[in-house]
Write a protein that binds this ligand. Structure first.
Ligand code: PLP
Length: 411
């Protein structure tokens, strides 16, 4: 009996995303901006609608049926996220607003109370602002130092330099799993191993990795892993911070309020168990429900099959764009996720984005919240096409045709 996997049926996948069926500026929408935010399949839209229509109430505090249904849905979503990451325990899954909040939580509740002058935090030259600024704030607050491991002209981490910058002073290594501006996939297993051998802990910014690769935090061995639901075909305003239980246990809460306490008096309050100690206030319940549905959806498609499909599109688009005179691809790492950044001679990326939009092609232009990457390549911005599970070869053709129009305009 053949064990060959069924071919990836992108036509069927597209039917799951009603938003893609529209026309923009008189052209069928070609959505090439999934790295900024993925679109939502019906399964996610319906799960959120079902929750809002039938089950909504506040969680944890009610004895009535709706509150119990909401609590079950919310805590069920936590268990779904635990399985998605293969974390040991639900206590290690903290719901946050997204990657940004997850990283800030670690910065303020882990790094700030522990680090001081002489301690170092090591990041890389390709980080998103969300994995730079929270550490700069901690440095200002504690006197510790931020070190940056350089990248090379391909957009790859200079691993030798990184390893040399890793010393006994390094307390924390915080790196992207995948770069949003360049597409580079970082050698995170090697980074975790090297950091741990120096006694440093590791936070991985998984915002761009989760839609393209199955994550196993135990196999990765990382100490913290943060990601956002909306990059994963789920809702905005919800994400997950995974933290090893022993670490979360030792960390003080970072926000005070309802739900994160066990007892409150004017003299002293005591704190709730994990993970609720880090979830002050009413959470994004429907967001968590939608996120769980997104995880079901993506795993139902088979993340590896999705990734293989996206890699075919990336290879095709890379080959096609490389043939366009004056076009330069920014980020040519050997191991990339489905992100293609580029510049076109004589045309500012924002103008390029506007022309492409007039052809119905949605790409992102700008610094992609990675200004130091732009500085490194000495450019103000790039145009970025990014691929998701619903993109097709026809989308690549439309991108190439629209770039042809832009070249006509800009000569
Ligand atoms: N890190 C990376 C690599 C990203 O691509 C993004 C978003 O683009 C973020 C962090 C921040 O994610 P969010 O805005 O969802 O918190």
């Amino acid at each position: 009996m053949s064990t060959a996997a069924a071919p990836f049926d992108v036509t069927r996948v597209r039917r799951d995303f009603p938003i893609l069926a529209q026309h923009v500026n008189g052209h069928p929408l070609v959505y090439l901006d999934s790295a900024a935010s993925g679109q939502r399949p019906n399964a996610v839209l319906r799960a959120v609608e079902r929750y809002e229509t039938h089950h909504h109430s506040n969680v944890h505090r009610g004895v009535h049926a709706l509150s119990q249904a909401a609590t079950e849905a919310f805590e069920g979503a936590r268990e779904r996220a635990r399985r998605f990451l293969n974390a040991r325990s639900r206590r290690e899954i903290v719901f946050v607003r997204g990657t940004t909040e997850g990283i800030n939580l670690v910065a303020q509740a882990f790094a700030r109370p522990r680090f001081g002058p002489g301690d170092e935090i090591l990041i890389t030259g390709l980080e998103h602002h969300a994995n730079i600024v929270p550490w700069q704030m901690v440095c200002e607050q504690t006197g510790c130092t931020l070190k940056v491991a350089p990248i090379d002209r391909r957009g790859e981490l200079d691993l030798d330099r990184f390893l040399r910058q890793l010393t006994a002073r390094t307390r924390l290594v915080a790196v992207a799993h995948v770069s949003n501006a360049l597409g580079t996939v970082l050698p995170v297993e090697r980074i975790v191993e090297a950091a741990h051998s120096c006694g440093a802990l590791v936070l991985l910014d998984g915002a761009q990795a989760v839609p393209h690769t199955a994550i196993d935090v135990q196999a990765l061995g990382c100490d913290f892993y943060a990601f956002s639901g909306h990059k994963l075909y789920g809702p905005t305003g919800i994400g997950v911070l995974f933290g090893r239980e022993e670490l979360l246990e030792e960390m003080p809460p970072w926000q005070g309020g309802g739900d994160m306490i066990r007892t409150v008096s004017f003299e002293k309050s005591t704190y709730n168990d994990l993970p609720w100690k880090f979830e002050a206030g009413t959470p994004n319940i429907s967001g968590a429900v939608g996120l769980a549905a997104a995880m079901d959806y993506l795993e139902g498609l088979d993340i590896e099959a999705v990734a293989a499909h996206e890699q075919r599109l990336l290879a095709l688009a890379t080959a096609e764009l490389s043939r366009i005179p004056g076009l330069e691809i920014i980020g040519t790492a050997a191991h990339k996720a489905a992100v293609l950044s580029f510049t076109l001679r004589g045309c500012h990326p924002h103008d390029l984005g506007t022309i492409l939009d007039s052809e119905g092609v949605a790409i992102r232009t700008g610094h992609h919240c990675a200004m130091p990457v732009m500085t490194f390549f000495d450019i103000p911005a790039t145009a970025r096409a990014s691929f998701g599970c619903y993109n097709t070869e026809a989308d690549v053709d439309a991108l190439v045709a629209a770039l042809g129009k832009a070249r006509e305009v800009f000569g």
